[in-house]
Structure formats: structure tokens, C-alpha cells
Design a protein around this ligand. Sequence first.
Ligand code: ADE
Ligand code: ZN
Length: 326
Amino acid sequence: ERLPALLRAMPKAELHIHIEGSLEPEMIFALAQRNGVSLPYADVQALRSAYAFTDLQSFLDIYYAGASVLLHEQDFYDMARAYLARAAMDNVVRAEIFFDPQTHTARGVSMAAVVNGLHRACEDARAEWGISAALILCFLRHLSEEDAFATLEQALPLQDKFIGVGLDSSEVGHPPEKFARVFARCRQLGLHTVAHAGEEGPPAYIWSALDVLKVERIDHGVQALRDPVLVQRLAQGGVPLTVCPLSNQKLRVFPDLPAHNLPQLLEAGLCATVNSDDPAYFGGYINDNFTQLFAATGMTARHAYQLASNSLQASFAPEADKRAWA
Ligand code: ADE
Ligand code: ZN
């Protein structure tokens, strides 16, 4: 089969990966043992069988429980190194990696342990495998604005080790407006900005991510097609969408993969990209997302080139790097 081979071989950027979502059950158990953390699951098998999600929240509950085994800088390093090794095998030339510091600092882990461990893994990955990697700090939207500001303060001494901020966790009931002032401050600081919007939430949340938070990319954004004026805005502004097909299938955003609207997003002229979101939980890394989506929807090599090109173009990598990859 030529198309799957093309999908695997083409150089691509991954722009929507939560590093805590790359933690495989085997590593969760290994870290639990190393750190003396007890888990409410007997073994890897029992944990894996709990991965039966019905919506975003049912996933987040288990995702935060899995992250509780991360305590020391080395744990964050090991997790990110494993992801980057896997990404390099998928011909990812650039990875922009989300992390959720509040999940860790709330348990007494220092911001420095989180950021330094992840950042060292990014540096080593570039040296060893030639993959370019950068970090994006995400605020948890189910927590308060005050908590987000405190998190930003803790991270600022390490600002040279991340390139931007994002917004994730439980979407419905936590509109982007809640973080207007935090994002304004981040923009002043010269950080890139992105936000999850229109995963389960309405088109109105995509509008406010654009107009209130003034983000440069929308994470997910698949609900945009419900609002033709919004589609026009996203197309004219060239705003990238970081779409995650297997995630959307597992969290029942779409009934199945053939029903996914990525072909329509491209047809509407939007800068859509394909990403893995939380690969250890959703059944596949970025190339699995490409091959399964293409098999399900009948997209062609033309779409493959478009998606790879979109991902490189939408990345925050230096323009010289982007030209070299194109
Ligand atoms: N955190 C990790 N994965 C997420 C997703 N798909 N949506 C919102 N928050 C997340
Ligand atoms: Zn996500």
C-alpha cells in the first residue's frame, strides 16, 4: 500500500500532544514502583481495561490519576524522552508539547522539576535524533484565574524553557473569557498562545478564543463547521486547527472515524492538521492517526501533502527551519 507508506514517511509537525497523555500503562506502573506511589489498579491489564471513555471528563479523571506517579525531574525526563523517541520514528521533525504543571504542583512537585525534566529531554532529542521540540505550558481551565496567574508566576523564572501557553481540561462551563487577563499578560511577555476550543464546546468558545484570548491556533476546533461565519473567519485569518481524529473517536465527539469532519474542514479551506492528543490513551501515535483516518475517510495523497504542509507551516518553529522542512 503506497498511501500508508507515504503517510508514515512524510516529514510532519506534531502540534497537539499532551505529554502526560503519552504515559503508557507500563511506564505508569514502573514509575509507581520507583516512587512508592500506590495505584487503584492491580496491574497494567486492569488499568488498560479502565480506558473505556464516554466523553472528555471520563477520560480526564483517569488521565490525572495516571499523572500522579510523576514526582521527580527524572520522571518528567523519562516520559518526554519516550514520547520523542516514538515521534522521531513517525518522522515528526518538530513537536510542540503541551504540559499541565498544575496537575503536578498541586501534589507538591516543584515547577522546576517539571520544566527542567521536560526541557532536558527536548534538548537531548534534538542532539540524538535531530528532532526539534519545544514546550507549551497549559493552564487547567477547570481551575481559577487566580490559580492560573500563580502558575504563570512560578513558571516565569523558567521562561526561556517554554515557547507559549495553552488552555486545556474540562471545556464546557469554562469559556475562554475566564482567562482573558492571564492570556493578555502572556502575550505581553512575548509567549505564543493557543487554546483548546470547540472540542465538546460550542462555536462561541472558538470565537472568544480568537477575539478575547487572541490565540494563534485553535486546538481541536472541529465544532467550527456548525457556524459558517466562523469558518469564514478561520479561513480568512489562516488560523490553524490542531485536530485529533482518534481522540475525537474515543471521546465520542464523532460516532466513528468515517464520520470525522476533517475532510470537510480541508474542503472549507481551513488550515487543519492531524495530531495524537493523548496517544497512550486513545490507541495511537501520530502516524496511527493519519493511517486510520485516511483508511476511514478515503482521503488521498493530495490531502496527505496538504496536512503535512499545514503542520509545518502552523508550527512556531523558526522560519529558516520551516523552509528547510518544506
Ligand atoms: N487534556 C489532555 N487531553 C485533553 C483534551 N483532549 N481536551 C482537553 N484537555 C485535555
Ligand atoms: Zn488536547
